[in-house]
Design a protein around this ligand. Structure first.
Ligand code: FAD
Length: 449
């Protein structure tokens, strides 16, 4: 007779692994499934940067030293042409992703989690209007495996989510322009020492990274993760071909070896309208829990996993594992992260429309001052003082249209954030809420035209 699990976690990347870890710690009968194995765990290409605060906020223990490749103390953001530089202080890490995944999963195994590697997931089992398990391929045969909840964490491929009935709100495909396609190389210099290796760098340049940015994240004094992201759906050249242009940059004009080279897409948008469906919860890239401004997905994915495990425990104890019982996953996420994520999405849409001159001008004039950049990017707000300053600048400077648009952006960031702070308390109110959100986005897009 086949076993029924409390939870199946589909996909063991950062989001799925943290979900397995939390559920195993809570003594649930949890099964994690992935087509990879130990050797390629958490193998999706990444910039490997993680804000230090995420670890604690996701209920994880402090990271042991073998997981931290480099400590980050600040981020430098460069304007096109590198005429202006903002320095934003903050604590973070460049991590060894594989080591973090292995550390958490091994601990989960000690708490009796079950892991099936090299097991492709085929799709959801849907019975009686809810997900009751998944189809997997084992030893060349399709098998069924069942659970009271399935967590969809298969990353951008969304193997389960995209096979749900389209009429379910949790089925929600992504607009191609809300995707970034990224490519990165990890290189090791032969005879060059990186200046300020604890500062990671972001370069805004619409010619090298249209609708995205390129980055230079040192892993040590000699090794660095360099890459770029390009907005999807716009017909821009591939990130790999644009990387060839980047190779002419003085930072890459040294002798080096390429240790790893790979690319992948990632969602850069507001949160899913709902992460909860009947018998299923979607988290990580599969659930669009990614910062739309910089594309960092590990921290939000960890926290979505943590919320899921916490809420599942309560719903399980109350014997209420229906959508309503699991709904607090949405309300917790939207309050803690989703509202900011949506506000940042508004800002992202604006930024992607700017050309290099606009960005250079905005940064030179410090339309969003350096001191506010951290606040804006982490809280999803442009501060009152910035708006007041903007008001002054608006009267009479060279680029009234750009400045007026920035005012629209700030207004909509606020509106959208409020809308998410008023996220429905129960599934039956979702439809109206989605309609209002859609209207808001449409009006915003029109005003940006
Ligand atoms: C180039 C690049 C740079 C990035 N830089 C950063 C950064 O610096 N910091 C940051 O926080 N984020 C960054 N991100 C985003 C980050 O990598 C992702 O948000 C994060 O990996 C998402 O984790 P996840 O667990 O949701 O999905 P994934 O990491 O994609 O994991 C999904 C798992 O599901 C498995 N899976 C998929 N399909 C199947 C199937 N059919 N059967 C079985 N298993 C399956 C996969 O094998 C994988 O293990 C970057 C992304 C890219 C592409």
């Amino acid at each position: 007779m086949s076993t029924t699990y409390d939870v199946i976690v589909a996909g063991l990347g950062p989001a799925g692994t943290v979900a397995v870890w939390h559920l195993a710690k809570r003594r649930f009968k949890v099964l994690g499934v992935d087509m990879r194995d130990w050797s390629t765990l958490w193998g999706k290409p990444c910039g490997d940067a993680l804000g230090a605060h995420h670890v604690k906020e996701a209920g994880l223990p402090p990271l042991p030293s073998h997981i931290i490749k480099n400590n980050v103390t600040a981020i430098d953001i460069y304007s096109p042409g590198e005429t202006t530089r903002y320095r934003v202080h903050g604590k973070g890490y460049i991590i060894n992703r594989h080591a973090l995944g292995e550390w958490l999963l091994k601990d989960a195994l000690n708490h009796d989690a079950e892991i099936w590697f090299k097991t492709p997931i085929i799709g959801p089992i849907i019975e009686g209007g809810r997900v009751v398990g998944i189809y997997v391929k084992r030893a060349g045969r399709i098998e069924e495996v069942r659970a009271r909840l399935v967590i969809e964490a298969t990353g951008f491929s969304r193997v389960l989510r995209l096979k749900l009935p389209k009429s379910w709100p949790v089925y929600e495909d992504i607009d191609p322009t809300d995707v970034n396609i990224a490519y990165r190389e990890i290189i090791e210099y032969e005879d060059y020492e990186i200046e300020e290796p604890n500062v990671i760098r972001i370069y805004l340049d619409q010619e090298i990274a249209p609708g995205g940015y390129w980055w230079y994240f040192p892993e040590s004094k000699h090794a660095v993760n360099v890459g770029l992201g390009v907005q999807g759906g716009k017909g821009y050249p591939s990130p790999k071909s644009l990387y060839e242009k980047l190779k002419r940059h003085p930072l890459l004009n040294h002798r080096y070896r390429v240790l790893n080279a790979a690319g992948a897409p990632l969602p850069t948008r507001r949160p899913s309208n709902t992460m909860v469906g009947p018998g299923i919860v979607v988290i990580g890239d599969a659930g669009y829990t990614v910062n739309p401004l910089h594309g960092g997905g590990m921290g939000y994915g960890f926290r979505a996993a943590y919320f899921t495990a916490t809420v599942f425990e309560e719903a399980y104890n109350n014997d209420k594992l229906d959508e309503e019982g699991l709904w607090p996953i949405n309300t917790l996420y939207m309050k803690a992260i989703g509202a900011k994520q949506a506000a940042l999405d508004i800002f992202r849409i604006f930024l992607q429309r700017l050309d290099n001159d606009d960005i250079r001008y905005g940064m030179e004039k410090r339309l969003i001052p350096e001191s506010d950049v951290y606040y804006t990017s982490s809280e999803g707000d442009i501060t009152v003082s910035t708006l007041e300053k903007l008001g002054i600048i608006l009267r009479g400077l060279r680029r009234p249209s750009l400045l007026a648009k920035l005012k629209v952006v700030a207004d909509y960031m606020k509106k959208v954030k409020e809308h998410y702070m008023n996220y429905p308390q129960k599934p039956s109110d979702l439809e109206v809420w989605i309609r209002r959100l859609k209207d808001m986005y449409e009006r915003y897009q029109t005003q940006l035209e």
